[in-house]
Design a protein around this ligand. Sequence first.
Ligand SMILES: [Zn+2]
Length: 184
Amino acid sequence: MPPDNNASVSSIAVLLQSIEESSSDPSFVKDISQWIDALIEENKSTRTPCISFASPFANYFDESFLNISYFVIVDKLPSPEHPLFEEFIKKNNLGGITYRDTYFLLDENKDDLQYHFHELVHVLQWNILGDESFILKYFQEIKKHGYENSPIEKVALELVNLFAQKEEVNNLAYYVESRLRLST
Ligand SMILES: [Zn+2]
């Protein structure tokens, strides 16, 4: 499908306006958290533990972390019924999305380890920050820096590049945590 510039400009406006409204609305994060509770409950018996990637990710993620992180392969990425998430997924043409300890990948990306790696970095960030801080920080960063330059995304993109080049990363979890502390 050819790009529709008018549509993408208006969706950016909706996204930004929606971030402003959401950040000042105390029920926003609570509603999203409850939606995530239900989503995870719904997928609990069918989601796959990431320990299945213990071997390819041995130099990057601890087995204890992979044991409590999960993925689900889907035809459509799940989204709360909120314009912030719906516009975000559509606008960035996402191939995967993380909610707390579980990420969802489109079927076409299921065999691509780089997608799994990228979303696992987000699971780690989400573990460190918790629902409220992760959600607000994530969208505030995107508003301030744009999607690819937002610190949360940048760390994931950088680490995936190192993985793709088979470069070892010493204490990845600590690195991710210190980068979260550095960014505002
Ligand atoms: Zn990402």
